[in-house]
Design a protein around this ligand. Structure first.
Ligand code: C2E
Ligand code: MG
Ligand code: MG
Length: 840
């Protein structure tokens, strides 16, 4: 959820909780207040009612007393008017008196033997009416008759007079009856006048609590009913007094004094009213009556005359309604307030989130790569600081990314280019070749690979120093570019002195011509610090799709062709062909077989005699290794020697040859007057560890007792040129021992005269190609002759190899080169054959 929505929500929830708490508190407080108010109202009402009740009681008693006194006055008037003996009183007299005195009735009571009986009366019911069963009334009559003051608590006692308490006739509750009793001993009867009157009732109606109670129930909301209970009587059976055929209830014995009792619930109310009166404590309970939720409260009042209980029925639903209304009001207010808070907090949160949204939007754009983009940062608050920081970040990201891009470009360039010449490198070449071949697959055009390797570059590098060597490579790269200005090309440096050039849309002949042109260009002198330097290079060509369709094989083919050019003396161009292919393919097979042949000692040694045509004698022999494989047949040394050199097998091969040849020589030389010499061919590889080589040769010579002068080392001119420094010092060591050193295949390399002079050599061996060039008329013999002259001027021996024909021998002899070797004299022979030959 976004902050924009979250903030108002939080505020609203918070406010809601506060309001909820406040409303609940308010509700309970209001309820308590209402209850308190209700209680105080009840107090007030009950006090008022109690006061009124007390007043009414007092007032009505006063009225009652007045009536009582009036009755005494009437009694005295009757006593004065009537004869002393009741027997003399007539009924008419009584009626007349009653009318005159405004009495309801007059009755005369007389003491009989065991009763006090009505004898004369205006009320026929009272004649012959006994009073024996009248309780304290009877006691009061007796006390009157005894002329003692009446001590009955109830009623009113005056001299010779007692007035009983007011009674309500059950038959006619609308009026009350009040009796007076007078006896002063002057008569033989008690005078009993009485009023049937409602004055007291009227008084109570006019001045009693009834009115105020009605007013309370009518005017005060919630007061349903007010009742003044007589706790003595409420719930009990009605006390009824039977007087002269009438039944009466005393006013004071009424169960309910004032008010109504419409909310009937006697079962509970009786108990509570009695408890309230007994304990003096207010009793209260809640219930539902007539479908109304009401509260009944009973307040006990310890009256001056008699105790009473005020009952109050309160409409409890009113409190509930009031509370509900208040709650409704509050909820409505809360709701309005919450909406207000929601709106305000929404506005507030928007004022916060709007700038945040702005920052987020811009940061998103920056994150998507729009580096360098900046934000408005004119605020002074945290957001302003944030914006400034984002700006700084964005700008530094921009610079960082730009730098990264630049360095990526550099890295990419470096990854695909050779740092020295800036030409595309091997990786770039592979990619390019793949691309061009894919293209060629669609168009059917040729892709030509020219594999160029500089000849003797290692030698140059060693002698000039690596810095110059690097310089030379740069010049070579430029020369290659110059040579190809007119051709569409892709020149690459593969490492070292190897360059590969890709050319498209040229045929076999054209590519050969182009390669030859490049070689010729490279042959032109280079200037390094004004020093002239000459370079040779060998080039192999392979063409897609003619020679191979697979990239790896295509490159390997050009490499093999280049190798073949090198083997052929270098500074040449060789087009890949089947023969090279077979040779190339045979290499791994030959390597395995040669390894096994060496392990199984299957390499034999043949010997080719060296003749001195002057003496006509064999002076010595050259040991040539021979290997006949069960499967491949005779394998030429020209094929397996380079493999042995590359794989390191040349060392064990050489050791086997040394053992065979040296033991053979010492055998053959035994008892010979002129001992034979032994020439062994050495490979360049063997000069890599000079000390060890010298030590080994010495050990063999000692072992087979061969004089060092009889031992000869044949080393090709190219070997010498490739491994100058170390090779020369090794040769010096061997020379010191007395061993002879010959340069084999002389004339195929490019040794200079000054170079040759530095070498500790004894003999030049003219390469057989120059001998075979000699024509029968001795023409084309210049090179052979030059070499003979060169040897002579350097005071070296000279020997010709590959002499096959007579005229060759004759020419050599005519030039005083008498040491010769070749088929004309003898092919290389097995040890047995050679032994036979020397025996002859
Ligand atoms: P190389 O040292 O120049 O040996 C002379 C090669 O010319 C031999 O070839 C030999 O058989 C051959 N040959 C001799 N007379 C004639 C001739 O009249 N006409 C022709 N066409 N060839 C003649 P091979 O034995 O095939 O040896 C080839 C090369 O292999 C040798 O050339 C030498 O460089 C190398 N090689 C042979 N044996 C050994 C060896 O034991 N150790 C080393 N390191 N190289 C050896
Ligand atoms: Mg040789
Ligand atoms: Mg040779």
């Amino acid at each position: 959820m976004s902050i924009k929505k979250k903030l108002p929500l939080i505020f609203t929830i918070l406010v809601f909780l506060i309001l909820l708490m406040n409303n609940s508190l308010h509700f309970f407080r209001s309820k308590q207040q209402l209850l308190d108010y209700n209680e105080s109202q009840i107090n007030m009402i009950t006090q008022e009612v109690a006061f009124q009740v007390e007043n009414a009681k007092k007032g009505s008693l006063y009225v009652e007393d007045l009536i009582g006194r009036e009755l005494r006055t009437a009694s005295i008037a009757i006593q004065k008017s009537l004869p002393a003996k009741h027997e003399d009183v007539t009924n008419e007299q009584l009626i007349h008196l009653a009318n005159e005195l405004m009495l309801s009735h007059i009755t005369l009571l007389v003491k009989t033997e065991d009763d006090i009986v009505g004898v004369k009366s205006t009320d026929p019911h009272e004649i012959n009416m006994g009073t024996k069963g009248w309780g304290y009334w009877y006691d009061a009559f007796e006390q009157l008759l005894a002329l003692t003051p009446v001590n009955v608590e109830k009623g009113l006692t005056l001299p010779h007079y007692w007035s009983g308490p007011i009674e309500v006739a059950s038959s006619n509750p609308d009026h009350v009856d009040k009796w007076g009793y007078y006896y002063d001993g002057s008569t033989n009867y008690i005078i009993d006048p009485y009023y049937r009157d409602n004055a007291v009732l009227e008084y109570e109606q006019n001045f009693g609590p009834g009115k105020i109670m009605t007013r309370f129930t009518e005017e005060l909301e919630g007061i349903l009913e007010l009742t003044v209970f007589n706790p003595e009587r409420f719930g009990d059976e009605k006390e009824v007094v039977h007087l002269n055929g009438n039944s009466y209830t005393r006013l004071s014995a009424e169960p309910i004094w004032y008010g109504s009792y419409n909310y009937h619930n006697e079962q509970i109310d009786v108990g509570l009213i009695k408890t309230a009166a007994k304990s003096g404590e207010t009793q209260s309970y809640r219930t539902t009556l007539d479908g109304k939720d009401i509260q009944k409260t009973f307040v006990p009042i310890q009256g001056n005359h008699e105790p009473f209980v005020i009952g109050l029925v309160y409409d409890y639903g009113l409190i509930q309604t009031q509370l509900n209304e208040e709650l409704k009001e509050h909820i409505l207010l809360s709701f309005i307030f919450m909406i207000f808070v929601l709106i305000i907090s929404f506005i507030f949160s928007r004022s916060i989130t709007k700038p945040v949204e702005y920052v987020v939007e811009r940061v998103n754009e920056i994150a998507k790569g729009d580096f360098g983009k900046t934000l408005k940062a004119d605020r002074k608050d945290e957001l302003g600081i944030l914006a400034k920081n984002v700006n700084a970040l964005s700008i530094s990201l921009k610079t960082y990314v730009e730098n990264l891009k630049k360095s990526n470009e550099v890295i990419e360039f470096q990854a695909l280019h050779d740092p020295l010449t800036n030409l595309p490198n091997r990786r770039y070449f592979q990619e390019e070749l793949t691309k061009r071949i894919e293209h060629s697959k669609r168009t059917g055009e040729n892709v030509t690979i020219l594999f160029i390797d500089l000849d003797r570059f290692k030698h140059l590098n060693d002698s000039l120093g690596h810095t110059k060597g690097d310089e030379l490579l740069k010049l070579t790269a430029n020369r290659l570019k110059e040579a190809l200005v007119t051709t569409k090309h892709f020149i690459t440096r593969q490492g070292g002195d190897e360059f590969i050039i890709l050319i498209e849309k040229v045929n076999k002949v054209e590519s050969k011509l182009l390669a030859e042109k490049i070689i010729l260009e490279l042959n032109k002198p280079f200037y390094l610090n004004e020093k002239k330097i000459y370079l040779n290079a060998s080039c192999g060509i392979s063409i897609y799709p003619e020679h191979h369709t697979e990239i790896e094989n295509l490159i390997a083919s050009s490499d093999m062709a280049m190798y073949s050019a090198k083997k052929d003396g270098g500074n040449k161009v060789v087009m890949f062909n089947d023969q090279i292919s077979t040779q190339g393919k045979q290499r791994p097979l030959i390597e395995t077989k040669l390894r096994r042949a060496l392990e199984e000692n299957k390499i034999s040694v043949y010997y080719q005699p060296k003749f001195d045509t002057n003496s006509g004698k064999i002076t010595g022999m050259e040991a040539l290794c021979r290997w006949k494989d069960d499967e491949l047949g005779w394998v030429s040394p020209d094929l397996f020697i380079p493999i042995a050199e590359e794989t390191g097998l040349i060392q064990p091969l050489w050791e086997q040859i040394m053992v065979a040849a040296c033991s053979q020589l010492s055998q053959w030389n035994k008892g010979r007057n002129s001992p034979l010499t032994l020439a062994i061919n050495f490979s360049a590889r063997q000069f890599q560890e000079p000390e060890q080589l010298v030590r080994q040769i010495r050990r063999y010579l000692t072992k087979y007792q061969i004089a060092p002068e009889l031992f000869e080392i044949e080393i090709t001119e190219s070997t010498l040129l490739n491994h100058t420094h170390r090779t020369i010092s090794t040769l010096h060591s061997l020379k010191e021992i007395g061993i002879h050193i010959s340069i084999d295949d002389f004339g195929t390399g490019f040794s200079s005269l000054s170079y040759l002079k530095k070498l500790p050599i004894d003999c030049l061996k003219i390469d057989k190609s120059f001998i075979q060039d000699i024509n029968p008329d001795f023409s084309n013999s210049e090179i052979a002759e030059t070499i003979i002259n060169l040897a002579r001027s350097l005071r070296l021996h000279v020997i010709a190899e590959g002499v096959e024909l007579e005229h060759q021998r004759d020419f050599l002899q005519s030039k005083n080169c008498t040491l010769m070797q070749g088929y004309f004299f003898s092919k290389p022979l097995s040890a047995e054959e050679f032994y036979e030959l020397i025996q002859k």
